[in-house]
Design a protein around this ligand. Structure first.
Ligand code: NDP
Length: 285
């Protein structure tokens, strides 16, 4: 039989992209399953984006991840979107299907809900408070609302963005939603079951920062999660754990969304533990 020296290509387009850790976990997963796949981290500027999307087809890639600033600009290049990606209005994963058409998915929110599930928690029937109204917050809010959350509270520094997201949730999902401005020491709204930091506050090297909320309004047994994955144990998680919260790190979300990408591209079940261990090793080194 003729040998096949050709590798299947996947990767990420972004700018800046140098510090993106997705490649290390995807490559570890390919290696663990002995798949002849590669994941390449590629700098693509907005001006070069149309050429890069042509290259996805020309190089017969299996798919790509998109990060800043391409998650929205990619939409006109896609043939079909998942329901969540359509509502969120942003795509972080493109799959090149057998017939050459491009499918867009947003795995950020799904990764969050799945990571929650691994800790025995789910959005169904819950009151969820999200700090932030950017891309990560939007993906998490939409996916939690589609997953049956009763109510989504959005607290954001720029209130107009929180209002826009709350309006989107009310229009496109059965969940209730309300927007709040972010004053110094903002209180966590009463009745919150799950509190999420979906801002970049606390990301290394600025790990001495934590979202400016009234930590005494974090109640015992509240589920608290962070999208920041480096450090794995953020100051936000430490402060809320000290008030008796059950904390879930952003590393699980990152690994779960990476695992979804892996399955979309390879058709194989992802070795989630290999991916999580690789990320932890990376951030602890
Ligand atoms: P965006 O730039 O889209 O949004 C940033 C959000 O953070 C905005 O709501 C912004 O408020 C708020 N914010 C930033 N700085 C401050 C501050 N000093 N005080 C108050 N609010 C602030 O970023 P993304 O949503 O794409 O990413 C957010 C974080 O999520 C990043 O750290 C990213 O790495 C992480 N992430 C993690 C993932 C994971 O798998 N764990 C997946 C995706 C993202 P305003 O609107 O007022 O500017």
């Amino acid at each position: 039989m003729e040998k096949n020296y050709r590798a299947e290509l996947t990767g990420v387009f972004g700018d800046p992209v140098d510090g993106n850790p997705t490649g290390v976990m995807e490559e570890a997963a390919y290696e663990a399953l002995n798949l002849n796949f590669r994941y390449i981290t590629m700098k693509v500027t907005p001006d070069d984006f149309p050429d890069a999307m042509r290259a996805v087809r020309a190089l017969h890639m299996k798919g790509v991840n998109l990060t800043m600033p391409h998650k929205i600009t990619v939409l006109p290049y896609l043939d079909e979107l998942s329901e969540a990606a359509r509502i969120i209005g942003a795509v972080n994963t493109v799959v090149v299907r057998e017939d050459g058409t491009l499918f867009g998915e947003n795995t950020d929110g799904k990764g969050f809900v799945e990571a929650l599930g691994h800790e025995g928690e789910k959005p169904e029937g819950r009151v969820i408070t999200i700090l932030g109204a950017g891309g990560a917050a939007r993906a998490i809010a939409v996916e939690c609302a589609l997953g049956g959350a009763a109510r989504i509270n959005i607290i954001n520094r720029t209130i107009s963005k929180a209002e826009e997201l709350a309006k989107l949730i009310r229009k496109e999902t059965p969940a209730q939603a309300e927007a709040f401005g972010w004053e110094t020491g903002v209180k966590v709204p009463e009745g919150t079951d799950i509190l999420i930091n979906a801002t970049s506050i606390g990301f290394a090297p600025e790990s001495q920062w934590r979202p400016d909320i009234d930590y005494d309004t974090v109640t015992k047994g509240m589920v608290v999660s962070d999208v920041v994955f480096n450090p794995v144990s953020t100051l936000f998680l430490q402060e809320t754990a000290a008030r008796g919260a059950k904390t879930i790190s952003g590393l699980g979300m990152l690994a779960c969304q990476g695992a979804r990408n892996f399955t979309l591209w390879t058709g194989c079940e992802a070795p989630l533990k290999v991916m999580e261990d690789k990320l932890r090793e990376e951030f602890e080194s």
